[in-house]
Write a protein that binds this ligand. Structure first.
Ligand SMILES: COC(=O)COc1cccc(COC(=O)c2cn[nH]c2)c1
Length: 242
């Protein structure tokens, strides 16, 4: 997968050299390009923002540098990238979207700053490529950079060969639309707290049932909204003890 990121703070992406994402790049699973938006400014002050039409606080990111940046990063001969713009006004980012993005050959991230990017940039881009404004949650950040780090981590870990034990993908929270059960390791007793007997029983059927039950109970207690989103056949409400 190729990923390009455009930002006025490209140094935000230095951490991507580290940890698993670093390994994904090393083994070629991920090709990452980070670009400074000011590359596509031509004035001596390398201006990327201006005052908002209609008045109001703050500044807006000018369309011209973004237009040239997206042109430069959308190769004419290859299939167009998918443009992702982190935004408080975006569609919720979910594990389902992470899987969707992990299947894309080329992602192009635009990091907004100030009050945001001139809307015409997205309108024009949408004539050439799929454009998705994506929200990480109902709060406001200074810019899209941190959101891109989160999205890239959620997506990269789904790519083949990035996670050591691929099995760990299908039991984690949100893998089946539920929260995962509590997990334990040695010692069997710690500060008076014991590991649930069933997990040490060796009865794998019983353990799987216990984990599903615990996952359902946790989901009902902490995220009832996820229960409502489950396909009916996946959940018999009677599964959850009253
Ligand atoms: C068209 O889209 C834009 O112009 C985006 O512009 C901005 C402006 C300020 C901050 C951000 C970063 O995203 C968030 O704050 C965010 C994402 N998820 N939850 C909060 C983006």
């Amino acid at each position: 997968m190729r990923v390009d990121v455009v930002s006025i703070f490209p140094e935000y992406f230095a951490p991507l050299e580290l940890s698993l994402i670093g390994r994904a790049r090393a083994n070629g699973v991920l090709q990452l390009g980070v670009h400074d938006l000011r590359t596509w400014t031509h004035d001596v002050h390398r201006t990327v923002d201006d005052t908002p039409y209609g008045g109001g606080p703050g500044m807006v990111m000018r369309p011209e540098p973004w237009g040239e940046a997206l042109d430069a990063l959308t190769p004419a001969e290859a299939p167009p990238p998918r443009l992702l713009v982190p935004s408080p006004a975006g569609a919720p980012f979910t594990q389902a979207m992470a899987y969707e993005l992990a299947a894309e050959p080329h992602l192009l991230f635009a990091c907004g700053r100030y009050e945001g990017i001139d809307q015409r940039v997205l309108e024009h881009a949408a004539t050439r490529m799929p454009v998705t404004e994506v929200s990480l949650g109902d709060y406001v950040l200074f810019g899209g950079e941190v959101a891109v780090l989160v999205i890239l981590e959620a997506v990269t870990r789904l790519l083949p060969g990035v996670l050591g034990n691929a099995g760990s993908l299908d039991e984690e929270s949100h893998a089946h639309g539920l929260l995962e059960a509590p997990i334990y390791t040695k010692p069997p007793s710690w500060r008076g707290h014991d590991v649930p007997e069933v997990l040490r029983s060796g009865d794998h059927g019983k353990i799987a049932r216990w984990r599903r039950e615990e996952g359902l109970l946790r989901t009902a207690a902490r995220r009832p909204d996820l229960l409502d989103a489950l396909p009916a056949d996946q959940l018999d409400k009677r599964d959850i003890a009253a």
